[in-house]
Design a protein around this ligand. Sequence first.
Ligand SMILES: O=C(O)c1ccccc1N[C@@H]1O[C@H](COP(=O)(O)O)[C@@H](O)[C@H]1O
Length: 207
Amino acid sequence: MKIKVCGLKYTDNIKAIEALKPDYMGFICYNKSPRFIGGMDDDELVNIPTDIIKVGVFVDEDADTISKMIYKYKFDAIQLHGSESPQFCDMYRHEVQVIKAFGVDKNFDFSRLDAYKNNVDHFLFDTKTPAHGGSGQVFDWSILDKYKLDVPFFLSGGLGLDNLNEVKEITHPAFYGVDLNSKFETEPAMKGINKLTKAFDIIRSGY
Ligand SMILES: O=C(O)c1ccccc1N[C@@H]1O[C@H](COP(=O)(O)O)[C@@H](O)[C@H]1O
């Protein structure tokens, strides 16, 4: 099970999380988020160990800005949380991994994903909210049984110490990774290392 820790921006916090050896680290490039990296120095990201996949998270950003951010921060992957089309996703696949996020509620129509299946590396299923992400809210995971494609997916939306043991009971064959974000924070973008250490122990035991 892969682990992505998302919504980072503080140097010492990033260093402490590096020591936990997550598979992915996410950086929010959406200026309406309290986790927005803003003018973060590119050195801070460039020095992250190369075995950790650095993900830039965008919401309906224009193509030119995404390309510039990939170049500036040397992102290895982008995570798209808006209404980006399959063709838009496909434009970046020659240079980075593409994770297409979808907000899920009880009415989510998984047939929407068919159009994306050849244009992305991963899906990410998050809870549907007007904020596009980082809500700390959980959706009803039983709906994942309706997902029949083999594109591997991340689960996100309110994952925390209170529900990670239940997450481990999900046996979907395409379940690829978990995304840890706001439930581990002491303030926006500042992750609590003790909580994260416990989460890594839970996730990594038994897989
Ligand atoms: O974290 C944010 O502020 C954010 C803003 C806009 C788009 C995505 C964002 N983060 C992603 O949201 C999900 C769920 O986070 P949470 O566990 O509910 O806090 C996660 O995939 C983050 O990568």
